[in-house]
Design a protein around this ligand. Structure first.
Ligand SMILES: [Zn+2]
Length: 79
């Protein structure tokens, strides 16, 4: 697999949303010590941590929470 074709999946890899297969492919490649990919992985880690910092502190409002609970409580099949 060419390194450039991995460009788009480092963020996904770090977020843990890749399939097991893809994820194994990325870790195998990085473990070989490819400098290009190590660089990209480091950049992606920065992006991912920034995104995480910006999205974490958002507790749902009381109204939102009630609506969510209602949806969860509703029996299957009833709309
Ligand atoms: Zn590489």
């Amino acid at each position: 697999m060419g390194c450039q074709s991995l460009d788009d999946i480092y963020e996904l890899y770090l977020l843990g949303v890749l399939s097991a297969e893809e994820s194994a492919e990325v870790s195998a490649h990085v473990r070989r010590g490819c400098p290009y990919c190590l660089d990209r992985l480091r950049e992606s880690a920065q992006v991912v941590s920034l995104v995480a910092l910006n999205t974490l502190p958002a507790p749902p409002s009381a109204r939102h929470k009630a609506a969510l609970l209602e949806r969860v409580k509703r029996p299957k099949g009833a709309h």
